[in-house]
Ligand binder design. Structure first.
Ligand SMILES: *[C@@H]1O[C@H](CO)[C@@H](O)[C@H](O)[C@H]1NC(C)=O
Ligand SMILES: *[C@@H]1O[C@H](CO)[C@@H](O)[C@H](O)[C@H]1NC(C)=O
Ligand SMILES: *[C@@H]1O[C@H](CO)[C@@H](O)[C@H](O)[C@H]1NC(C)=O
Length: 840
C-alpha cells in the first residue's frame, strides 16, 4: 500500500518534472497567436492540446504556444484553415460564401504565425582586417594646449580612468573639435543620473569592474539562454559589453569613461543564438518602464543584397514601445545605420533603421571623414564617432579589468548617440521619443559641407544622405533640451494606393508618378507640419539592384529613397516595401509629391512600377483630440490593384541633375576592396564546425528534425550508446539525465522514509496520520492524467475538423500572405519555410 503511494507520488513527480524539461525547438513546434479579448489562452491551449508559454512581451492578446513536434503538421493545417475562414469573413461573404461559426471557440484566434529560430541579425562590426590595417597607421599628433585642457578636466573631475586619454571621442587632443563635446556637460555636473540604457546585444559583463556599479539587473535578461543574467557566454560575446562601456563605463580606475558615466545600463542578450520573433519582440520591450533607451548595434546582413524588415510581431512591439514605454513618453530606439556602404548597401533596405520609431546613427571617424563602411540613406538622422582614419573607439571589454581598443563600425557610433541621449534625458526626463529626434536634428553639426549632397531643408537645417543632419554635439543637444518645448502628439496622413502599372524605361530618364496632397486632406488628418515621410511601393523587376527611387516634395526637397546595388540580383523588385525619409522635416506637406523610379542599367532586366502610397507623419494640430496610431497589422498594405486610384504618370520627368548620391569623398586609403563582410556565426565555446552548421540549419523549421539527426552526429552525445539521446542537444541531455537521476534518488529516499515511518507508526500508533495528504496527492495525479487525456482527445478531433475545406482555398490563401518584408534571397526554400506561416 505504502509502496504503491510512493510509486504514485513518484510518477506525479515525473510528470511534473516533464513540465520543467525545457520545451525547445528540438522537440516542439512554437506558435504565436493573437486572441480576441474574450478568448482565453488557457482555453485555446486546451482545445489545441498545446502548452501556453505565456504572453508575448508587452503585447496584449498575443501569446506563445508550444506543442510536441509530431503534432506540428496538424497544427499547421488547422491554422491554415482558420486563416482561410478569416479571409472569407473579411470579404464579408460578398462572393456568396458564408463562414459557419466554429463550436470550439477557435474563431477567437485573430492571427497566427509559426515561430522559427533564426540567426538573421548581425552585429555591426566592420570587416576586421581593415580595422587592423588602419590601426597600424600613426594617429595624428596631439596639440599641447588641448592636452593641457584635458589635464584640467581630469583634475577637476578627479578622473583616474587609465585609458581616458585614449578616448578621443570624448576629448580629442589631435583633431580639435572632432569629439562628442561632452566634457563641458560633465563639468556642469550632467553625467546621466537616473537614466537607464538597455544594450540589446550579445551580453553584458555585469562583473566588469568598469560596469558593475552602473549595471541595472531588473532591466536585464538573457533571451538566448533564458536566464536572468545576460552574461557573455560565447568566446566572441564581447560586442555588447563594449557598447555598454561606451554609454556607462563608470568613473573609477578601470579603462575609460562612458559618455553618461553616472547613468545605468541593462543588458538584453539576443544575438548569441538563433531566436524567434516572439522573443525578439519581447526583447525590444523588456523592462520598458525602467529602461529608457534601447541601443541596438545590429540588423539584417549588410551584404548589399539583403532587403529585410522585422516581422509584424516585432514591428508591433516597437510601436508599443514608443506608445507605452517610459510611462507613455516612449522608448528611445537607437539603431546603427549599417556597415555595408562598400557593398552599395543603404540603410533604407533595412526595416529597423528605416523605421520612423528608430533613430538611425551612421559613423564619422576621428579625422572627420566618412568611414567607407558607414551606410547612407534618407532615413539617417545623425552620425556619431567611430573607427576609421587609423583609430577606433577605446572602451570596456569583457573581464574584470580589460579594455577594448578596436571597437568600431556603426556598432560603436550608435551607443555614443545613446549616451548623448541619456544625458539629455537626465536633464529632461519628460522628452518624448519624437522630442529626442527633434533635438538631435536641431543640434547636429554638418561636416564636410563642401560635399554637394548637403541640401538646406525647410527648417533651414542642412541634410545629407551620408551624414544625416550632421554629427551629434552632446553639449548643444543637452543645452537645447533644457528649455525645449515638448511637441504635440503624432498625427499622420495615409494617401490612397496609387496605381501606376507602367513599364520603367531603361536609362537615365525614369518613370515619375505624382500625387497632390490638398490642404483640406491634411487639415482633416490634423497634421500641422511634417516629421517623417514614408513611401510604400510595389515595383516588379527582374533585377532589384538595378532600381533606384527618389521622392520630390512640393517644396523641392529630394530624398533618395533607394539607390542601385551592384550585388543585388534578386528577381523580385520591391514588394510592399516602405522607404523612409527624414529630409522633409518641417515641410507643410501640401502640394505635389513625385516618386521617380529609375532603371539606370540598360540590360536584359526590366520591370514595371505597379503602385505606391504616400504616408506623411508629423505633429498634430490639436493635442487634446489626437489618438495614437493603431499598432501595425499584417493587413495594413492589403489592397486590390484594381481599386487603387489611377495616378498621374510621366516618363522622363525633366532633368534630374541629381545623381543618386555616391559614396562621399573619403580618404581613399581607407576605401575597401570588395570583400564579403564577415558573417557572424557564434558558436559555443569549444564547439566544432558541426554545431555552427546545425544552428544555421535550425533556422528552417521544416528541416529541423532531419537536420538535427544528420547535423548532430553521435559525437554530440556524451552518453553510452544504449541510452537514448531524445534527439536533443548535449545540454538538454544533461538536463534530462540529471533530472531523472534526481527523481530516482528522491524516490528511493522517499521509499526508505515511508518504510521507516511505517515501522515507527506501526510501533507507536495504529492510525495513519498521513492518510489525507496522500489522498490529496492521488487526486492531483488523477486530475493531471485526466487533463492530459482530455487534451489529446480534443486536439485530435480538431485536426480533422477542417477536412472538408477545399484544396483551392488552402492554396489560394498563401498568395494572400504578407511576406513582403522578408527577403528570400539567400536561401529561398528555407526562407519560405520560415515565413510561410505568417498570417494573411
Ligand atoms: C559644446 O557644448 C557646450 C556646452 O557644454 C555648448 O555651449 C557648445 O555650443 C557646444 N558646441 C561647441 C561646438 O562648442
Ligand atoms: C482630427 O481632430 C478632430 C477633432 O479636432 C477629430 O475629431 C478627428 O478624429 C481627428 N482626425 C484624425 C484623423 O485623427
Ligand atoms: C511581375 O512580372 C512577372 C514576369 O514578367 C509576371 O509574371 C508577374 O505577373 C508580374 N507581377 C505583377 C504583380 O505585375
Amino acid at each position: 500500500m505504502r509502496f504503491l503511494r510512493t510509486a504514485v507520488l513518484c510518477s506525479l513527480l515525473a510528470v511534473a518534472s516533464a513540465g520543467i524539461f525545457p520545451r525547445t525547438y528540438d522537440t516542439h513546434d512554437f506558435f504565436a497567436l493573437q486572441l480576441d479579448p474574450s478568448t482565453s489562452p488557457d482555453h485555446v491551449a486546451r482545445v489545441l492540446g498545446a502548452h501556453h508559454e505565456g504572453q508575448i512581451g508587452s503585447l496584449p492578446g498575443h501569446h506563445k504556444f508550444s506543442l510536441p513536434r509530431e503534432k506540428g503538421p496538424g497544427m499547421d493545417a488547422l491554422l491554415q484553415d482558420l486563416r482561410v475562414r478569416r479571409r472569407l469573413k473579411r470579404r464579408g461573404g460578398s462572393d456568396g460564401t458564408t463562414v459557419q461559426k466554429r463550436e470550439d471557440g477557435l474563431d477567437g484566434i485573430l492571427w497566427s504565425q509559426k515561430l522559427a529560430l533564426r540567426q538573421r541579425l548581425q552585429k555591426r562590426i566592420p570587416p576586421k582586417e581593415r580595422l587592423d590595417a588602419s590601426w597600424q597607421r600613426a594617429v595624428a599628433v596631439e596639440d599641447p594646449a588641448a592636452v593641457q585642457n584635458r589635464e584640467k578636466i581630469v583634475t577637476a573631475l578627479g578622473i583616474a580612468d587609465p585609458i581616458f586619454d585614449m578616448q578621443w571621442h570624448l576629448f580629442n587632443t589631435a583633431q580639435l573639435g572632432h569629439d562628442l563635446n561632452v566634457t563641458g556637460l560633465w563639468l556642469e555636473g550632467i553625467t546621466g543620473d537616473g537614466v537607464i540604457t538597455a544594450v540589446v546585444d550579445d551580453g553584458l559583463d555585469m562583473y566588469s569592474d568598469d560596469l558593475k556599479d552602473n549595471y541595472f539587473a531588473q532591466g536585464s535578461f538573457d533571451f538566448n539562454d533564458k536566464v536572468e543574467e545576460p552574461k557573455p557566454r560565447l568566446f566572441d560575446d564581447k560586442h555588447g559589453t563594449r557598447c555598454a562601456g561606451e554609454v556607462a563605463a563608470g568613473k573609477n580606475s578601470v579603462c575609460g569613461l562612458g559618455v553618461a558615466w553616472s547613468s545605468r545600463v541593462s543588458g538584453i542578450r539576443i544575438l548569441s543564438k538563433p531566436i524567434d520573433d516572439a522573443d525578439e519582440a519581447s526583447a525590444v520591450n523588456f523592462g520598458f518602464q525602467d529602461n529608457h533607451i534601447y541601443s541596438c548595434s545590429w540588423g539584417p546582413p549588410d551584404d548589399g543584397k539583403t532587403m529585410e524588415a522585422p516581422g509584424v510581431l516585432i514591428r508591433k512591439a516597437m510601436v508599443r514601445g514608443v506608445q507605452d514605454g517610459r510611462q507613455g513618453k516612449g522608448s528611445i530606439f537607437v539603431f546603427a545605420a549599417g556597415n555595408g556602404a562598400f557593398a552599395d548597401d543603404n540603410c533604407n533596405f533595412d526595416g529597423y533603421t528605416n523605421s520612423i520609431y528608430s533613430i538611425t546613427v551612421g559613423a564619422i571617424d576621428r579625422a572627420g571623414s566618412h568611414p567607407s563602411y558607414s551606410e547612407s540613406c534618407s532615413a539617417q538622422l545623425v552620425v556619431a564617432y567611430s573607427s576609421g582614419s587609423g583609430d577606433a573607439i577605446h572602451t570596456t571589454d569583457v573581464g574584470a579589468d580589460v579594455c577594448a581598443h578596436s571597437h568600431g563600425g556603426t556598432s560603436a557610433a550608435g551607443p555614443l548617440a545613446a549616451g548623448a541621449i541619456a544625458l539629455a534625458l537626465s536633464v529632461r526626463p519628460d522628452l518624448t521619443w519624437r522630442d529626442v529626434q527633434y533635438l538631435l536634428l536641431e543640434t547636429a553639426v554638418p561636416v564636410h559641407e563642401e560635399g554637394d549632397d548637403w541640401k538646406v531643408t525647410k527648417i533651414g537645417k542642412k541634410f545629407s544622405h551620408d551624414w544625416g543632419y550632421g554629427k551629434v554635439d552632446t553639449g548643444a543637444l543637452v543645452h537645447k533640451a533644457k528649455d525645449w518645448k515638448l511637441v504635440k502628439p503624432q498625427a499622420w496622413y495615409h494617401s490612397p494606393w496609387l496605381r501606376v502599372q507602367h513599364d520603367i524605361p531603361q536609362g537615365m530618364q525614369g518613370l515619375a508618378s505624382t500625387f497632390d496632397v490638398t490642404e483640406e486632406a491634411l487639415a482633416k488628418a490634423n497634421v500641422s507640419r511634417l516629421e517623417h515621410v514614408t513611401v510604400t511601393m510595389n515595383v516588379n523587376h527582374t533585377r532589384r539592384g538595378d532600381l533606384s527611387v527618389e521622392l520630390r516634395s512640393p517644396e523641392g526637397i529630394i530624398s533618395y529613397l533607394s539607390t542601385t546595388r551592384r550585388r543585388d540580383e534578386m528577381n523580385a523588385g520591391y514588394i510592399d516595401w516602405t522607404f523612409m525619409s527624414v529630409a522633409h522635416w518641417g515641410e507643410s506637406g501640401i502640394g505635389t509629391w513625385t516618386v521617380i523610379v529609375k532603371d539606370t542599367n540598360v540590360n536584359g532586366f526590366s520591370g514595371v512600377f505597379t503602385d505606391w502610397r504616400l504616408n506623411l507623419w508629423g505633429e498634430a494640430v490639436d493635442a487634446s483630440t489626437q489618438q495614437l496610431h493603431p499598432l501595425p497589422d499584417e493587413h495594413d498594405d492589403d489592397h486590390n490593384i484594381e481599386d487603387a486610384v489611377v495616378a498621374t504618370v510621366s516618363v522622363n520627368p525633366g532633368p534630374t541633375k541629381t545623381e543618386p548620391p555616391q559614396a562621399p569623398p573619403t580618404d581613399q586609403v581607407d576605401r575597401p576592396v570588395n570583400e564579403k563582410p564577415p558573417s557572424f556565426e557564434p558558436s559555443p565555446v569549444g564547439a566544432t564546425a558541426t554545431t555552427a552548421a546545425a544552428s544555421v540549419v535550425s533556422t528552417s523549421t521544416a528541416s529541423v528534425t532531419s537536420a538535427a539527426a544528420t547535423a548532430e552526429p553521435s559525437s554530440d552525445s556524451f552518453l553510452p550508446s544504449f541510452l537514448p539521446t531524445f534527439g536533443a542537444s548535449r545540454r538538454t541531455q544533461v538536463w534530462i539525465y540529471a533530472s531523472l537521476a534526481l527523481i530516482i534518488v528522491f524516490c528511493l529516499a522517499l521509499g526508505i522514509y515511508f518504510h521507516l515511518q511505517r515501522r515507527k507508526r506501526l510501533r507507536n500508533n495504529p492510525h495513519d496520520d498521513y492518510e489525507f495528504e496522500l489522498v490529496d496527492g492521488d487526486d492531483k495525479a488523477d486530475a493531471l492524467t485526466n487533463r492530459k487525456d482530455g487534451r489529446r482527445r480534443r486536439g485530435g478531433e480538431l485536426y480533422n475538423a477542417f477536412a472538408e475545406e477545399s484544396e483551392e482555398l488552402l492554396t489560394d490563401v498563401t498568395d494572400d500572405d504578407d511576406n513582403s518584408y522578408r527577403d528570400q534571397s539567400d536561401d529561398e526554400g528555407k526562407e519560405k519555410d520560415m515565413t510561410k506561416s505568417e498570417d494573411a
